[in-house]
Ligand binder design. Structure first.
Ligand code: MIC
Ligand code: SF4
Length: 643
C-alpha cells in the first residue's frame, strides 16, 4: 500500500508511535515559528527549561500581531523576544517585515520538512509542501529544545480539484467551498491533501490561501504536492536549491475523498459569524457594506495585492466605505511600491496599513456599530473585530475590492474583464529585516530583557486524588478560543500577564465568569461540540488554570486547544453519552472521585453530580504520555521531572 504526501513526511520524521490513525505519534520537528502574541509566553517557557540554544534546523521569532503600541507593553515584549532570539540561536523577523506565515512561505518554507508554529495558521506552509502545524507555545518551546511534537495520527482526506477557476473566482472560493462541504469541525483528526489536475493551475500563494484556512476546518493540517509550480516559486524567491518533488503514491489510500469542479465555482462569502456559513455572493445579494479590509495571512500575497490594485486603479472607494489594505510582507509592500500598484491603491482612497495582522486580530480598524465589514481574512467569529455587533463576511480579494468601489456586496463578475496577474519571475529579495542570532561564543554577552509587564506563570500542582468543584460555566457548540480568551488591541498587550488577562476570560458568555471562579476557588466547565476551535493561544488554557479550572467536560474538542489543556494540567473529558450534557446545570456541585488513580491506570471515570445525585460516564482519549503530564500538573512540570 502506498503513502499519501503527509504520511511520507510523517514516516520520515517518526520518533515514536505507529502510524495507525488515532494513535499518538512523536515527530521530529525541523523548523519552528512563533509570533509575538504567543511568543512571549513560549520564550518564557523556553527560558524556564534551561536550554542554551535551539536545536532545530531553523527557528524564527516573528513580530506581527501586537504592533499597535499604545503603551510600553508590546514594545517591551518585542525587546524581550528579540533578546531571547539573539541569545538562543533564533532568527528575529523585525516589526514591519510582515506576517509570520507570509514571510515564512517566501523566505524559509521547504517542501518535505516539518514546521510547528505557535499560531493556528501555520498550515499555510502546506502550500509549499511542508507538514506545517499549529501548536501551543509550550509545545513549540519543547520542539525548539529538540523534543518531539506529538499528534494523534490523523486520517487522510483527499480533495480532488478538477478543471480550472473561471475569471474572478479565486483560491479563497475553493477553501470556502471546502468549508461549506466539511464544516468547522469536519477536519478534526484529519489531514487534508489536495490533488487532481486542477492543482497545477494554482500558484504557491494560492495554495497557501487554501492550506491557511484549512485551520478553520479544525484539520491537523492541509498540504499540496511539491511540483514544478513549487519549484518556480522557490526559484523566484532565489531558493531553488530548497526544492524537492513530493507527491502521493498512486496507490495511496484516503479515508475520505471530496471532488470539486473548479469550472463551476462562483464567488463565495462566509457570513457572520462562522467561517463555514458559506453562500454565493449572488445568493446573499447586494447588502450595504461599511468597511472592507484586505490582507491577513490568508490573502496578502503580491498577486492578491496586484489584483486589488488593478481593480481599484483609476477609481474611488465608495464614500460610505472605509477600505484598509495591509500587504502581507515587506517584500510584497516594496514590490507594490516599485511597480506603481501601491500608488493605484492610495489614489483610489485605500488606507494603507503596515505589513502585520492588524484588523484581523482586532488591532485597530474595528467597524462601526452594527457595521458590515467584508474581509479577506479567515475568521469572522462574533466580536473578534472589536465591535460586538458587527457582521463580518469573509471574501476573496476580488469580491472585497469590487465591493469597496460599489458600497454593496458585489459579484466581481459584473466588473467586466478580469485583471490578468502572473507571478513575477523574480521577487525582490532583501532579508535585511531578519536579524541573525549571536554566535554561540557571543551568546553569553547577550542579556535577556524582561519588561515589567511579564508576570509569573500560574501555579501548577500535581493531580490530586479527588476533584470536587462546581460547574462554573456551561456553553454550547463551537466555542472558540476568542470566546475563552478574547484578543484585540486592548487585551493583547497583556499576553504575558495572566492575572490581568483573567478578568476578560469568557466575558462574551458570562460577564462575571472570572469573579465567579475566584469566589468558587475551583471549577469545571461544561462545553458542547468542537470546544476550543480557532486559535492556538495557550492563554485559553493558562487563564482557566489560573482561575482554578480543574477539568473541562464537553461533547468534543478542537485539537490544539485540547493539547493546550493537557499541557496546562487541566483534564479534557468528553461525555460517553452526549445526552448527559443536558443533565448538568451551572452551579451543580460535581465530583471526580479517585481521579488520580483512574488517570494513572487509564481506567473508567465517572462524574458524580452531587446536586442531582446523577452520575455520568466520561471518556478521555489521552496517551500514556499525556496522562503522565496530567499527573505531574502540566507539561512544564513533566518536562522538568523528565530531564
Ligand atoms: C488568531 O488568528 O486568532 C491568532 C491571533 O493568530 C492566534 C494566535 C494568538 O492568539 O496569538 C492563532 O490563530 O493561533
Ligand atoms: Fe495574524 Fe489574522 Fe493570520 Fe492570526 S489569522 S496570524 S491574526 S493575520
Amino acid at each position: 500500500m502506498g503513502y499519501t504526501i503527509a504520511q511520507k513526511i510523517i514516516k520520515n520524521h517518526l520518533l515514536s508511535g505507529d502510524m495507525t490513525p488515532g494513535s499518538e505519534v512523536g515527530l521530529k520537528i525541523d523548523q519552528t515559528l512563533t509570533q509575538d502574541a504567543t511568543g512571549t509566553m513560549a520564550y518564557l517557557e523556553f527560558e524556564a527549561m534551561g536550554i542554551d540554544r535551539v536545536k532545530t534546523e531553523l527557528s524564527v521569532a516573528y513580530i506581527d500581531h501586537n504592533t499597535l503600541q499604545t503603551g510600553f507593553e508590546n514594545a517591551d515584549d518585542h525587546r524581550f523576544i528579540q533578546s531571547v532570539a539573539k541569545k538562543r540561536g533564533l532568527r528575529f523577523s523585525r516589526p514591519g517585515n510582515g506576517i509570520c506565515h507570509q514571510v515564512h512561505l517566501e523566505r524559509f518554507g521547504v517542501p518535505g520538512k516539518t514546521l510547528i508554529g505557535s499560531d493556528s495558521h501555520t498550515p499555510t506552509g502546506g502550500g509549499i509542501g511542508m507538514l506545517a502545524m499549529g501548536a501551543g507555545g509550550l509545545d513549540v518551546a519543547v520542539a525548539m529544545g529538540g523534543g518531539a511534537y506529538y499528534i494523534t495520527m490523523p486520517k487522510m482526506v483527499r480533495v480532488n480539484l478538477h478543471g480550472k477557476l473561471n475569471d474572478w473566482v479565486a483560491a479563497k472560493d475553493i477553501i470556502l467551498e471546502v468549508l461549506r462541504i466539511m464544516s468547522v469541525k469536519g477536519g478534526v483528526g484529519k489531514i487534508v491533501e489536495y490533488g487532481g489536475d486542477g492543482v497545477k493551475s494554482l500558484s504557491v500563494p494560492e495554495r497557501a490561501t487554501i492550506t491557511n484556512m484549512g485551520a478553520e476546518l479544525g484539520a491537523t493540517t492541509s498540504i499540496f504536492p511539491s511540483d514544478e509550480i513549487t519549484k518556480e516559486f522557490l526559484k523566484a524567491q532565489g531558493r531553488e536549491q530548497d526544492w524537492s518533488e513530493l507527491k502521493a503514491d498512486d496507490d495511496a489510500v484516503y479515508d475520505e475523498v471530496i471532488d470539486i469542479d473548479l469550472n463551476t465555482l462562483a464567488p463565495l462569502a462566509a457570513m457572520p459569524h462562522m467561517p463555514d456559513n458559506v453562500k454565493s455572493v449572488e445568493e446573499i445579494g447586494e447588502i450595504k457594506v461599511d468597511q472592507v479590509c484586505i490582507g491577513s495571512c490568508t490573502n496578502s500575497s503580491l498577486m492578491d495585492m496586484l489584483k486589488v490594485a488593478a481593480i481599484l486603479k483609476g477609481k474611488t472607494v465608495c464614500p460610505s466605505v472605509s477600505l484598509s489594505i495591509a500587504p502581507g510582507s515587506k517584500q510584497v509592500l516594496n514590490m507594490l511600491a516599485l511597480c506603481g500598484a501601491l500608488s493605484d491603491m492610495i489614489d483610489a482612497g485605500a488606507r494603507i496599513l503596515e505589513s502585520a495582522c492588524g484588523p484581523c486580530i482586532g488591532m485597530g480598524q474595528s467597524p462601526n456599530s452594527a457595521g458590515v465589514s467584508l474581509r479577506t481574512f479567515n475568521r469572522n467569529f462574533e466580536g473578534r473585530s472589536g465591535t460586538a455587533d458587527a457582521g463580518i463576511y469573509l471574501v476573496s480579494p476580488e469580491v472585497a475590492a469590487a465591493s469597496a468601489l460599489t458600497g454593496v456586496l458585489t459579484d466581481p463578475r459584473k466588473l467586466g474583464e478580469a485583471p490578468k496577474i502572473t507571478m513575477p519571475e523574480k521577487f525582490i529579495i532583501n532579508d535585511n529585516m531578519i536579524e541573525l542570532p549571536a554566535s554561540p561564543e557571543d551568546a553569553d554577552k547577550v542579556e535577556v530583557l524582561y519588561g515589567p509587564n511579564i508576570k509569573p506563570f500560574p501555579k501548577t500542582q500535581p493531580l490530586p486524588d479527588e476533584i470536587q468543584a462546581k460547574a462554573v460555566l456551561k456553553v454550547g457548540d463551537n466555542i472558540t478560543t476568542d470566546h475563552i480568551m478574547p484578543a484585540g488591541a486592548k487585551i493583547l498587550p497583556y499576553r504575558s500577564n495572566i492575572p490581568y488577562l483573567s478578568n476578560f476570560c469568557f466575558r462574551q458568555c458570562d460577564e462575571n465568569f472570572a469573579q465567579h471562579c475566584k469566589e468558587a476557588g475551583s471549577g469545571i466547565i461544561i462545553g458542547g461540540a468542537n470546544y476550543g476551535q480557532g486559535s492556538s493561544r495557550e492563554h485559553a488554557a493558562l487563564v482557566p488554570l489560573y482561575l482554578g479550572i480543574k477539568a473541562v467536560v464537553t461533547k468534543s474538542f478542537a485539537r490544539i486547544h485540547c493539547a493546550n489543556l493537557v499541557n496546562a494540567g487541566i483534564i479534557p473529558f468528553t461525555f460517553k453519552n452526549e445526552a448527559d450534557y443536558d443533565k448538568i446545570s451551572v452551579n451543580d456541585e460535581l465530583s471526580l472521585p479517585d481521579i488520580r488513580s483512574a488517570i494513572a491506570n487509564g481506567t473508567e471515570v465517572s462524574l458524580k453530580n452531587l446536586t442531582t445525585g446523577d452520575s455520568y460516564e466520561l471518556d478521555y482519549q489521552l496517551s500514556e504520555r499525556q496522562r503522565d503530564i496530567l499527573l505531574a500538573g502540566g507539561l512544564l512540570d513533566y518536562t522538568r521531572e523528565n530531564s
